[in-house]
Design a protein around this ligand. Sequence first.
Ligand code: TTP
Ligand code: MG
Length: 407
Amino acid sequence: MVNNKRVLHLDMDAFFAAVEQRDLPLLRGKPVIVGAEKGTRGVVSTCSYEARKYGIHSAMPIAEAARRCPHGVFMRPNGRKYVHASLQLMRILEKYSPVIEPVSIDEAYMDVTGAGEKFGGEEKLAKMIKRDISNKLNITGTIGIASTRIFAKLASDLEKPDGLTIIEDKEIPEKVYPLPVGKLWGIGEKSSEVLKQMSILTIGELAECPEDILKGRFGINGPGLAKAARGEGSGDVLTIEEREDEKSVGHERTFKMDMENENYLTEIILGLAQKTGRRLRRGGFGGRTLTLKIRYTDFETHTHRETFKRLLTNDLEIYESAKYLLLKAKNNNKTVRLLGISVSGLVKVKNSLNQWEEQLNFFSEKKDNTGLYSTVDKLKDKWGENVISFGGTKTSELRFTKSFGRV
Ligand code: TTP
Ligand code: MG
């Protein structure tokens, strides 16, 4: 798709692990695995690039990571530190474009249309941002630039870590189309497998596939796949103010694997709730209606909606309500492919707060995250002892979960 926009996507490298390696030089050059306690049934949050050589990755069971790399350094996440780094990161980005959309703790889109001229070219601009980040934060990030969000994101994934990939529209056939379909956001192993059976292996082949054929195989989601392959339909980069005009706030996540384990699904819900809560806070909103979207392996998709008496304003309330809907609605005979939650019926509850500041406060009372517990206490004071029961997900294991909501 050709347009006159230029979108920059930045994604920090091995973010949690990089912050740990920065703060403890002993860890540099070592396989560092950040995640659940060894010996528990929890998962890896992330790991350093040294650890990736052992095949370790986010969401892998921690026990598997320990088997693959027994000599690795296993660490529990320190949310307060990561939020602080994230806050600093977003402040740096603000210097380079007024249109920034943070989409997760270590990732942001920037509309850099026209910025190339101001900074002496896109490559110069990207290098300047990378240098600024590494000078100030002492960790690295990878940048992709293209004319659409979906291709900018794809570009930032091509040369990790510490990379930079710029894709001009005229280079799309040469740089994007030969890539495997799985490189495209939203296309996991299952879809790749189905596409393979249709002899569609590359993004270019997918882009050219007639939409009705895809519809026959993937139902209503089929045409979206071809659109994604053409870089279409991923929207503009939105500023915080623009997002405030949205009528609902939410996130969804497609899994690379199909999921049936209830504990894992509630963990996903927890991650989505945190992202949604953050967006609500950023706009100073609360909402009463919660919608849960479930897509099963066979692509059957259901939405379940419920309006609550209380106003949903924070992560834990959203998590609890979404978990309740999940347990009520889920068809236990099917494996789940995608989960999404959104909050609507928005009302302004306070003036716009800086989401990152708020998250920072959340973690800042003491190093051991007592801020989190005091928040839980306040909720319990307000709604009673049973309002928060984390099921399989312990409060102490609250962690950031990367959102794949909006490309
Ligand atoms: P990512 O950007 O997906 O991963 P990363 O920054 O660690 O590594 P990469 O170089 O490939 O970008 O996620 C950012 C952080 O979010 C990550 O450091 C830890 C956290 N996270 C989780 O806690 N759980 C997850 O499943 C994922 C994917 C990330
Ligand atoms: Mg990252």
